[in-house]
Design a protein around this ligand. Sequence first.
Ligand code: PHE
Length: 443
Amino acid sequence: MWSSRWLFVLAAAGSAVGLGNIWKFPYITGENGGGAFVLIYLICVAFVGIPIMMAEVMIGREGRQSPINTMRALVQQHHRSPAWVLIGWMGVLAGFLILSYYTVIAGWALYYILQMAQGTFDGATGAVAESTFNDFLSDPWRLVFWQTLFMVMTVWIIARGVIKGLESAIRWFMPLLFVLLIVLLGYAVTTDGFQQGWDFMFAFHWEDVSGQTVLVAMGQAFFTLSLGMGAIMAYGAYVPSNASITSTVSIIAILDTLVAVAAGLAIFPIVFANGLEPGQGPGLMFVTIPLAFGQMPLGALFGTLFFLLVSFAAITSAISISEPALAYLVETYNAKRGRVAITLGVISWVLGLGTVFSFNIWADRHVVGDLTFFDFVDYVSQNVMLPLGGMLIALFGAWALPKTVIGSQLGLQEGWVNVVWKVVCGVIAPLGVLVVFVATVIG
Ligand code: PHE
């Protein structure tokens, strides 16, 4: 059990705040034209993300086991179809896919700690920052080296048990990360690209919205809040019974959103001030942020610290991505944590090689359409599996759990609570996901 509700907030925020906020949010915002994407993303967080996160915590705390076994227990106890247990299995699969590329990108952040410390970017131009990154990407062995290092660190931590290490790490790095983002933001405000960066993020144009934009924005909401695959459900299993789900979840979602928006507002002005492309893809943060630090006094120091914090943020997320599978195997087969951790690590490391090669030797190989292996794994996990998992979790949390369970989990037994819950979590959230899926298929 978490020793207090705050520890859960820290752990869940540690899971939520990660590469999704600082690396992914800015680059997919860039690729999807900015303003409209950001607005739709915020709507998804509020109306779909928050209710589904509540449902995950509720289900996890009710079952108090790993997601697969929690679903099994609840299905038996309340005489529901065993098919619901698929939620748990799909989550484990999504976790493998996500972890496989997450460790590759987190490896890039590790490499950048070193680069910043060596002063590679001091006074560098946009062209230098871009070519440094492209040279790095073109060398598969260097990428594999950093991917492996990050994977080993993750496995080492999860093998020893998460809870203790997590607490001290998060208590320090979250506030520090905020401070550094504010430093970057302060710098961004002084560049002459600030207005343009601001407009890019917040000026809404209807003509930019397609089914695809909405699907990607919704996928991002799921990814950044760690929803739809059981990560939050697994952490929810350790939440004390008297903690309020509504307020806890709201705090986590607000923190996560603030970090993403701050990262965007720090990055886009630098893009425009240096004549770079907002839609340049996965490398966006690895070009703009070193560039910005390279222009600042003490930039090498701050830059080193920044990538250190990003790596920390990534590791606390990676831990939570592996938790559903790890907890299931340990709990069900009484297996040794260390062995399970190593096995999981090896499997997703091998899968991750596909992502490494997508940036060099397989860059021209397409799995479907014009998607590389990385694009494909990323698209399927983020835009299909997480929303689908989330939709099922919402339906289960609203319609399959008895009224008394919902009431006691939400801490209020009044009839209206149950009605509000059924409308928000049982109708609005899953319907939102469904509509987006259908709209995308129709085009
Ligand atoms: N939320 C994490 C991030 O934004 C990624 C993540 C996805 C973590 C799914 C757990 C589960 O980086």
